[in-house]
Design a protein around this ligand. Structure first.
Ligand SMILES: [Zn+2]
Length: 279
């Protein structure tokens, strides 16, 4: 069966690692790169509108502080009704130190995971959330800590389609990994099912549909960020016309994938129904 999960990271606007600090800053924000959350909030509503319109249930990885900031202005539990809510760190921390040069101490890592988990549990009233590491930076220590903290699964890694297949797998410690799909485009160049290059004008929806057309079995995980619907990394805030183009691009990919017989599903539902409930 061909299932796809549309996943969305809800994190601070145009986040980037900051050398020497575990938490992320926003690009060229007011206050010299202090975190901003407005684009993330606006983009969240736009993505949810597209998904609800298509009757697609998706998985949203919320960074803790971003969830708290957006919830000051938005009724998040209502907005997210029907969708899966999971975790994406508390301050968009670099969990391995590969981006910032700062590897959190063991006790700090535990604290980040505890605050990340409790924030979404309390805000959304959920039980065992999944987790995606900021920058997809993961390692054995993080995976052991996620298991110890009773997270349902991790979705940080990228795995290529192999003979048309990609699906969740279990690490040796027992943690389920739900990888983002990758493969090659029509020209044989590597493409990841992350929509970042499309939002930056470097890919078109057809590129992702070409990748999807090679998918024959399993769970094809796609990913994007909310802020990227309204703000561009290279050129800043998007004009209204460009914002519409982003919404249309996301809609086109999902709609045409469904036309090709792909069924969209939340990650937690897929694991429950098609992965032996082993999480
Ligand atoms: Zn992120």
């Amino acid at each position: 069966m061909r299932f796809a999960a549309f996943t969305v990271d809800v994190d601070r606007d145009v986040n980037q690692p900051c050398a020497g600090k575990a938490c992320a800053m926003s690009k060229e924000g007011e206050g010299q790169g202090a975190p901003r959350f407005t684009s993330s909030a606006e983009g969240l509503k736009e993505i949810v509108d597209v998904l609800n319109d298509l009757d697609v249930r998706a998985t949203f990885f919320f960074e803790g502080r971003t969830a708290l900031e957006i919830s000051k202005r938005v009724d998040l539990p209502s907005l997210m009704r029907g969708h899966e809510v999971a975790c994406h760190g508390f301050d968009h921390e670099d969990m391995t130190g590969e981006k910032t040069g700062v590897r959190p101490k063991d006790e700090d890592l535990d604290d980040i995971l505890a605050r990340s988990g409790s924030t979404v549990r309390e805000l959304f009233g959920i039980d065992r959330p999944g987790f995606r590491a900021p920058y997809q930076a993961t390692d054995q220590r993080l995976q052991d800590a996620l298991l110890a903290k009773d997270f349902r699964y991790e979705s940080s890694m990228t795995e290529p389609l192999l003979d048309g297949k990609v699906r969740p797998f279990m690490h040796s410690n027992g943690l389920v990994q739900v990888p983002i799909a990758s493969g090659t485009d029509r020209k044989g160049r590597k493409i990841v099912a992350y929509l970042w290059p499309m939002h930056e004008g470097k890919r078109v929806p057809q590129d992702y549909l070409d990748l999807l057309s090679q998918f024959e079995d399993g769970l094809f995980v796609m990913a994007t960020h909310t802020w990227h619907m309204v703000e561009n990394f290279c050129e800043g805030m998007m004009a209204e016309e460009e914002r519409l183009r982003q919404s249309d691009g996301v809609r086109e990919i999902i709609e045409r994938a469904m036309d090709e017989g792909i069924e969209f599903i939340r990650i937690d539902d897929y694991l429950e129904e098609h992965h032996g409930g082993s999480c």
